[in-house]
Design a protein around this ligand. Structure first.
Ligand SMILES: [Fe+2]
Ligand SMILES: [Fe+2]
Length: 206
């Protein structure tokens, strides 16, 4: 019951609350460049996609923490989830500065990612669940790398945030690997890529 309440609380806070980071925003101290309206719109769209990615990360980690019976793994997942909160806060802040907004479909993204994370953890077990973390973090990292090409050249603030997130995601993958992740079957990696493609395409607009 306790675990369920914690899960529900986390879900509501992720989707509806404003977040505060424990680390400084990598963009703080960077003077905001004068961006054209179209550059601002594009940067905001990309940062919205990144924000949705973080909403999904919260959902995945929370679902996996609920699914596992291993207390040490639960703590590992909860700590990872806390760190991802920084990413939520930074992308939220940047979106606001760019005059953008978070995705209207966040409750849906959260529910979808939560369902996938929970089923993967229950069906595959802990090692597979960690494999899921590794694969997710790798895919997010690759995606953030592509944003370094797509973000307007002089949007240094967004770039600083994306660069720090990318470094963090790489470390998250390594940490999950270190505590016993197994590689996911290739079809599952493909499915995750398809789901991510749907999410990134839709979140760019809505
Ligand atoms: Fe993240
Ligand atoms: Fe991560």
């Amino acid at each position: 019951m306790d675990a369920l309440l914690t899960t529900a609380d986390r879900a509501l806070r992720t989707v509806f609350a404003q977040h505060h980071s424990s680390r400084a925003n990598p963009a703080s101290g960077i003077a905001d460049a004068s961006l054209s309206d179209s550059d601002k719109r594009e940067a905001a769209a990309l940062m919205r996609v990144n924000h949705v990615g973080e909403v999904c990360a919260q959902a995945l980690y929370t679902a996996q923490a609920l699914a596992t019976k291993d207390e040490a793994l639960r703590l590992h997942l909860q700590a990872a989830c806390e760190e991802e909160t920084d990413h939520l806060a930074w992308t939220e802040e940047r979106l606001k500065q760019l005059g953008g907004r978070t995705s209207l479909l966040n409750p849906l993204w959260y529910a979808g990612a939560f369902g996938i994370g929970f089923v993967a953890a229950k069906l595959g077990g802990d090692a597979m669940s960690l494999g899921f973390v590794v694969e997710t973090e790798h895919q997010v990292e690759a995606h953030l790398q592509s944003h370094m090409q797509r973000l307007p050249e002089n949007d240094k603030a967004s770039r600083a945030i994306v660069a720090q997130m990318k470094a963090d995601e790489m470390r998250h993958a390594q940490e999950a690997q270190a505590v016993g992740a197994v590689a996911l079957p290739t079809p599952m990696q493909g499915l995750m890529r398809v789901a991510a493609k749907v999410m990134t395409t839709v979140a760019h607009r809505i």
